[in-house]
Design a protein around this ligand. Structure first.
Ligand code: GDP
Length: 138
């Protein structure tokens, strides 16, 4: 059954001009782009998105990074979308990411790692709703 997931092309990748190349990888892997927009978020909007990480030592740095420039939030659809996107992204730290993954190709560091992808159905639902209204997903 087809499933939706949420992704973000992060500020590092946008700054480096990797947006189109990352979108091409996503489409080549069979994902349908249901919704996409370009925007910049404030530090407090980034904190709201990453609230599950608020006790982590890198929370302040991560939310500063995510609000440092334009991003592309995306809603993607395919069978097994959540797990398949995580696989396509590769490990959080690009040093550990498998060959051929987006993070291996485009990420610069464990923090500036090019792409976000939801890790479960409940987080995908929350994250899609954080960035997109229902009418944008019709
Ligand atoms: P993901 O699901 O692979 O994106 O990883 P996590 O959910 O664990 O972390 C969320 C985001 O926080 C990552 O994508 C990185 O941008 C950042 N991050 C994770 N671990 C670290 C870390 O140890 N140090 C720093 N500076 N950032 C991190």
């Amino acid at each position: 059954m087809s499933q939706r997931t949420f992704s973000i092309i992060k500020p590092d990748a946008v700054r480096k001009g990797y947006t189109a190349a990352i979108l091409a990888e996503i489409e080549k892997a069979g994902f349908k782009i249901i919704a996409i927009k370009k925007l910049s978020i404030s530090k407090s909007q980034a904190e709201g998105f990453y609230y599950v990480h608020k006790e982590r030592p890198f929370f302040d740095s991560l939310t500063s990074f995510m609000s440092s420039g334009p991003i592309f939030p995306l809603v993607l659809e395919k069978e097994n979308a959540i797990a398949d996107l995580r696989k396509l992204m590769g490990a959080t730290n690009p040093a550990n990411a498998e060959e051929g993954t987006i993070r291996k190709k485009f990420a610069g560091s464990i923090e500036e790692n090019a792409i976000h992808g939801s890790d479960a159905e409940d987080t995908a639902k929350f994250e899609i709703g954080y960035f997109f209204a229902g009418y944008e997903l019709a």
